[in-house]
Design a binder for this molecule. Structure first.
Ligand SMILES: Cc1cc2nc3c(=O)[nH]c(=O)nc-3n(C[C@H](O)[C@H](O)[C@H](O)COP(=O)(O)OP(=O)(O)OC[C@H]3O[C@@H](n4cnc5c(N)ncnc54)[C@H](O)[C@@H]3O)c2cc1C
Length: 459
């Protein structure tokens, strides 16, 4: 039975992954409709990197995989090798968004997240992609004859393919409330429990008065498990707000705690990671410790705090390189930068992002059980998986004509007329394979029959 679907592809969610999927769909002439829960797209994208939007991280494939760590690394290997940071930069520059690299982090040249969002919304507008905001999808059902039925309070649509890009659970006001994980569960798929990924911690004693904030640019935090085994070492800034510690060193440490499912853990802070105990002793001298700390670029508000917490029986230089953090709790998931957990990776084909048990259903971005450290890794994962998934859908719709769409996209060229023509128009149900004839010359395949809507009347 042939079925008329409303569209080839429905993209659920217009965050980083959904927007990239829509832009890629435009690039490969794939008919799609985008449905977004909130009144406008990309609300979380706009918050990224303190509104500067750290879109990716430069490095070799090995370096990137190492930073993600397992199990994310193995799963993302294909997506990252196809959509490398360089490929992503070239893709963005073709769409008019120039990028810069600052300490390996990739940002838009304007360092303004608005420009990243506009880059996508311009493509969506120019390509006239149907785009519905204030349109929370309520349910997704598979149709007996193939394809999907998507219901939201205002519209019901059918499509041959669905791409779920509904994000994680953090910052729910941006629209990511775990709907995609719910749909996956309702469809019988395994979903791992969500935990806070890059999140802050609360410590027992306030270090600063309420309302005060202080930032130390470079510290090191070591994560130990319940048996005092070293699990991870993270580096970055430390942002202190009363009894709450944030900043990249803390965020990355909390991600390691969640990834390793540590119920019992301890954190130790090194205030001077680049300096040996011996050198630190010389730097601090014999005067007032608080004054000496101020000379070592410790924010004034914190010098007194650290000086007063040095135990009487310990040398200051040793203590300052091993300050035990008395953590009372990890900040809740809604405050996390990223969610650990999501649609289980064994449910998804990492070559295409298609659901193994439900063909035609694709995933992209944070709703899957993938996450990365701070530094652009999470947006890169969202962009790369969305690009890979959309190209795989285009290939499926075009009955797998080669070269593969993802190679065309990442080689930074548009589909030629010939390639576009070879992608047959979508006709609902999977089409029967019609063998192509050898040409008279015998050295190439004849062009396939033009689609019915493009055939000239026979004379
Ligand atoms: C404060 C903050 C700063 C960050 N900074 C960075 C950074 O600089 N670099 C970096 O790499 N990462 C950063 N991240 C993480 C990054 O933003 C996310 O990993 C990324 O946005 C995930 O993209 P996504 O498309 O999967 O999900 P999201 O961006 O969360 O998008 C999901 C979209 O789906 C929509 N949606 C949800 N349910 C439905 C439904 N039922 N129907 C229709 N639509 C739905 C939502 O409204 C939302 O628009 C930051 C996160 C936060 C919170």
């Amino acid at each position: 039975m042939n079925m008329d679907f409303n569209t080839d592809l429905i993209i659920v969610g217009a965050g980083a992954a959904g927007l990239m999927a829509a832009a890629t769909a435009a690039e490969v002439s794939l008919r799609c409709v985008v449905l977004e829960r909130r009144h406008r797209p990309g609300l979380k994208l706009l918050m990224c990197g303190n509104n500067r939007c750290n879109i990716s991280h430069s490095g070799t494939l090995e370096e990137l995989l190492d930073a993600y760590g397992e199990p994310t690394a193995s799963f993302l290997k294909t997506a990252l090798s196809k959509v490398s940071p360089d490929a992503l930069r070239t893709l963005f520059s073709r769409w008019g968004l120039l990028t810069i690299i600052n300490r390996d982090r990739i940002y838009p040249a304007s360092e303004d997240a608005d420009d990243v969002l506009h880059c996508f919304t311009d493509i969506i507008r120019n390509s006239e992609i149907p785009f519905m905001t204030n349109c929370p999808v309520d349910s997704i059902a598979t149709l007996p004859e193939g394809g999907f039925l998507i219901k939201s309070p205002k519209v019901t649509l059918t499509a041959r393919y669905v791409l779920l890009a509904t994000g994680g659970f953090s910052y729910p006001k941006t629209g990511s409330v775990g709907d995609g994980q719910r749909f996956a569960k309702e469809l019988g798929l395994d979903v791992t429990d969500p935990r806070p990924g890059l999140a802050g911690v609360t410590i027992a004693n306030p270090w600063l008065n309420p309302g005060e904030k202080a930032d130390i640019p470079q510290v090191e935090i070591t994560v130990f498990d319940g048996e005092r085994r070293r699990v991870a070492v993270t580096r970055g800034n430390l942002l202190v707000e009363s009894d709450c510690l944030r900043g990249t060193a803390v965020f990355d440490a909390v991600r390691q705690i969640s990834r390793n499912n540590l119920k019992d853990f301890s954190l130790v802070l090194d205030l001077f990671p680049g300096t040996s105990v011996q050198n630190l002793k010389m730097k601090l001298g014999h005067g007032m410790l608080a004054n000496a700390l101020a000379k070592q670029d410790i924010p004034p508000a914190l010098c007194g705090v650290f000086a007063s917490t040095v135990p009487k029986d310990a040398p200051a230089e040793q203590y300052l390189k091993q300050i035990p953090l008395d953590v009372t709790e990890i900040r809740p998931l809604k405050e996390a930068i990223v969610t650990v957990g999501g649609v289980a990776l064994h449910e998804i084909d990492s070559q295409t992002m298609e659901c193994k048990r439900i063909p035609g259903l694709f995933f992209a971005g944070e709703l899957m059980d993938i996450d990365g450290p701070t530094g652009g890794f999470n947006l890169h994962a969202a962009f790369a998986t969305a690009c890979l998934a959309t190209c795989a859908i285009a290939d499926k719709r075009g009955n797998g004509h080669y070269p593969r769409t993802i190679d065309i996209i990442t080689q930074n060229r548009h589909l030629t007329q010939e390639e576009l023509r070879r992608r047959k128009p979508f006709q609902g149900m999977p089409q029967k394979h019609t063998p192509r004839k050898r040409s008279d010359r015998g050295d190439r395949w004849d062009k396939p029959e033009p689609p019915s809507w493009n055939r000239r009347p026979k004379k």
